[in-house]
Design a binder for this molecule. Structure first.
Ligand code: NAP
Ligand code: MG
Length: 500
């Protein structure tokens, strides 16, 4: 705990925070064209933090026009890649200076535990932006094996105007995953943050401008998804739209693209990820620690939440005991108190959704091993971390993404059954696998149908590894790593006759 300040000191920082509340277009903070505003709420207290500009179609049109103009005039797109790198690194240096402030802002806007924002979300976002900045002058095309009569150059060019529509669960981190590669490649980027969590995106825009990212290369448009998100999706002059959010809304972007200009669509969607323990595991202390983190990190509002823990029947009791013991060390409460590992749910809609799933679990015969109730702490939206036992694959809580602090333990009688159950889902974002058998680890990692398989740890890889879903967890590309850059560039062939 010694690395952290006291809750009182963090509350004092929260009171002193300064951040923009208007949309960021053409290098300036500006009211929505309609003059409309929306409220930003702290879900841990119910209090209103700020009134934000609530953009609409007119603002989207203006932002896209400016983004296109900026792309065409080359002030960012044609800058030498090493200069782009230096400017983004100046931006990340500024972000580091504001790390605590950004973490507190993220925490009060989303209900996330500050501890996680300070150690994960904010430093992780900065590191991600740095990784992609460094790649700016290391990404280049190739020459084709076209013989002596021609030179075939395969050239990478920035795609143009990139729009990113973001979720509320990792506001800053999801922005970094998309902004990093898109800006680094020279695109003009328009960000539509989630309505529940727009504050850190606006703060980032302020710091980006201060660091020298040219006006028009970055815009941030807070506002309702069905207006701002839809207008970006349908806009004839947006080249790429990268979305992270629910599968339901993700589908709409494919329609928007089909109905407009066939813009490239990249979707990072939901999940129902399994945590698979094979039958050679006999020591459950570390496994339980990883399983709790996989299920309850970020209150389970996590696209790779491991919400189906698949365990051999013979180990079920020993694992469950270790799991519940580990979970009892995770405290829920005031997100600004660094002693707490679990904060509030993001908003009333999500809170109600999660409580409904808990009731459905009970009604369909699953057994509550712990939790199962709301936690009444002031006006905050807190729910007890909830573990269900006796869960079968046909129950709703085993099939649908809950996106809250709820997980299920499911028993199987063989390793084959474990892998089959793990794959018995429409999703395929991530899977965790525990075994000490090397050959089984390789075989099962291949057999699991998901974009990321983490073995003997719960994780999503690191900044260098691509992240995205199989099946209905994703479409069209990957975030993170070198692969993420391919969504934000066009590949051009220049084929030159050199025979005469
Ligand atoms: P969501 O409801 O799908 O919203 C995502 C974004 O889409 C928000 O900015 C939202 O705006 C906007 N939107 C809503 N309706 C729209 C419409 N009709 N047209 C265009 N845009 C629209 O998702 P969420 O509830 O914020 O996030 C949770 C979901 O994200 C979960 O399913 C989770 O698994 C997924 N997720 C996936 C990943 C991944 O990398 N695969 C990472 C994180 C989260 P408003 O905020 O204004 O509604
Ligand atoms: Mg909020």
């Amino acid at each position: 705990m010694s690395d952290f300040l006291s809750v009182k000191e963090y509350e004092a920082i929260a009171k002193r925070l300064s951040y923009p509340t208007q949309a960021f277009i053409d290098g300036e903070f500006t009211a929505a064209a309609s003059g409309r505003t929306m409220r930003s709420i702290n879900p841990a207290t119910g209090s209103v933090i700020a009134e934000l500009a609530s953009c609409g179609r007119e603002d989207v049109d203006r932002a896209v026009k400016i983004a296109r103009r900026t792309f065409e005039n080359g002030v960012w797109s044609k800058k030498h890649p090493s200069e782009r790198k230096e400017i983004i690194l100046a931006f990340t240096a500024l972000l580091r200076e504001h790390l605590i402030e950004l973490a507190v802002l993220e925490s009060i806007d989303s209900g996330k535990p500050l501890r996680a924002c300070l150690t994960g979300d904010v430093p992780g976002s900065i590191a991600c932006l740095e990784w992609h900045a460094e790649y700016a002058d290391k990404s280049y095309g190739s020459i084709s094996p076209s013989g002596d009569s021609a030179v075939g150059m395969i050239v990478k060019e920035p795609a143009g105007v990139v729009a990113c529509v973001l979720p509320w669960n990792f506001p800053l981190l999801m922005m970094a995953w998309k902004l990093g590669p898109a800006l680094s490649e020279g695109n003009s980027v328009i960000i539509k943050p989630a309505s529940a969590t727009s504050l850190t995106a606006l703060k980032l825009a302020e710091l980006a401008a201060e660091a020298g990212i040219p006006e028009g290369a970055l815009a941030v448009l807070p506002g309702p998804g069905p207006e701002v998100g839809e207008a970006l999706g349908l806009h004839p002059d947006v080249d790429v739209l990268s979305f992270t959010g629910s599968t339901e809304v993700g589908r709409k972007f494919l329609e928007y693209s089909a109905r407009s200009n066939l813009k490239r669509i990249v979707l990072e969607l939901g999940g129902k990820s399994p945590f698979v323990i094979l039958d050679d595991i006999t020591d459950f202390a570390y496994v339980a620690q990883q399983a709790v983190s996989a299920a309850f990190w970020n209150m389970g509002e996590n696209c790779t939440q491991n919400s189906r823990i698949i365990v051999p029947e013979k180990s079920k009791d020993a694992f469950t005991e270790a799991f519940l013991a580990e979970l009892s060390t995770w405290k829920t409460g005031n997100p600004l108190d660094p002693a707490n590992s679990l904060g509030a749910l993001v908003n009333k809609t999500q809170y109600d959704t999660v409580l409904n799933y808990i009731e459905k679990g009970k009604a369909e015969g699953a057994q509550v091993l712990t939790g199962g109730q709301p936690l009444h702490i002031g006006q905050g939206l807190f729910i007890e971390p909830t573990v269900f036992g006796e869960v079968t694959s046909t129950q709703t809580i085993a099939r649908e993404e809950i996106f809250g602090p709820v997980t299920s333990i499911m028993a199987v009688s063989s390793n084959e059954e474990a892998i089959a159950l793990a794959n018995d889902t429409n999703y395929g974002l991530q899977a965790t696998l525990f075994t000490n058998n090397l050959a089984l680890a390789h075989r099962c990692a291949k057999a699991l149908r998901a974009g990321t398989i983490s073995v003997n740890v719960y994780c999503e890889g690191d900044d260098s590894t691509p992240f995205g879903g199989y099946k209905q967890s994703g479409f069209g590309g990957k975030d993170k790593g070198r692969e993420s850059h391919s969504q934000y560039v066009e590949t051009k062939t220049i084929f030159m006759n050199i025979e005469n």
